[in-house]
Design a protein around this ligand. Structure first.
Ligand code: PXL
Length: 278
């Protein structure tokens, strides 16, 4: 059985990070091992204030030491939201210990959206996240995260040339296969792009554009993509499955948007994912 370790926070309420990665990767038939990096009462995205934040940074090296005694191996190491610069450094050490020629590393550099950083994301954390991206085989920022990682202005108005230029610059940071999420060239379609810098090939996948921003879609996309590559899917196949499933989830959220404004209703779509990976 394939096995992924997912390293990110538990937002107790709010449907993101581990509470999304666990069910999604599990439904893909992959064992999901977790390192919770922090426990928050909710996520830090818009709509919530006054959330609690309990860091588990000190536990990460202890968990890692114990796992080494068990000689645990993973097919993929996948990180999402990390709450402090120190934590990013500790995760980087974890990659050194558990990364190998037989597995791959996915870093979703969760930093912000809509042109701004999430609450609590500092410049130091951005700098460390940039270094973490150098160790990854795949990264999957949105355009906001790209602007902070590359130190360029944020724009929501771009063309294919611009997308390919930023993907190339992300590869130059040191990640051989960067992705870009939330890609749209018009109002009708949205999706994601990827650049395989080793073969100098670009990949795109689009679906119907849905005019709603829902929290947690980046985590859904990253979990599905990581799972699909772990199952041996090609970049194009993994991109198609991830985009299709993420858009299914956004669509499924629309009827419940008033009551679930804080997250995406991915649960009712999990059956689709089983079909998409067949
Ligand atoms: O969905 C990304 C995410 C994960 N975890 C926490 C967050 C966010 C985005 O805001 O705040 C705690």
């Amino acid at each position: 059985m394939k096995r992924i370790v997912s390293v990110q926070d538990i937002s107790c309420f709010g449907k993101c990070s581990l509470t999304v990665a666990l069910p999604i990767i599990s439904v893909m038939g992959i064992e999901t091992v977790v390192i919770p990096t922090a426990v928050l009462s909710t996520h830090t995205g818009s709509g919530f204030s006054g959330y609690t934040f309990h860091e588990l940074t000190d536990d990460i090296p202890k968990i890692s030491d114990h796992w080494k005694t068990l000689d645990l191996k993973f097919d993929a190491l996948y990180t999402g939201y990390l709450g402090s610069a120190e934590q990013v450094q500790i995760v980087s050490d974890l990659f050194d210990r558990f990364g190998s020629a037989d597995n791959f590393i996915v870093v979703d550099p969760v930093l912000g959206d809509g042109g701004s950083l999430y609450a609590g994301i500092t410049d130091e954390l951005v700098t460390k996240m940039r270094s973490l991206c150098c160790k990854a085989d795949y990264i999957m920022p949105n355009m906001t995260e790209v602007s902070f990682l590359l130190g360029i202005p944020y724009t929501d108005n771009y063309d294919q040339c611009y997308v390919e230029d930023v993907l190339k610059k992300l590869a130059e940071l040191g990640c051989p296969t960067p992705l870009l999420t939330g890609v749209h060239f018009d109002n009708d379609f949205q999706g994601a792009a990827a650049y395989d810098s080793i073969n100098n090939k670009y990949y795109y996948s689009f679906g119907k554009s849905i005019d709603h921003t829902v929290h947690g879609t980046g985590d859904i996309f990253a979990s599905v993509f990581t799972g699909a590559v772990t199952l041996g899917k090609s970049i194009q196949e993994a991109l198609d499955i991830s985009v299709k499933f993420t858009l299914d989830c956004i669509e499924a959220t629309l009827p419940y948007f008033e009551e679930t404004w804080y997250g995406t209703c991915f649960e009712s779509c999990l059956g689709n994912l089983i079909d998409y990976i067949k």
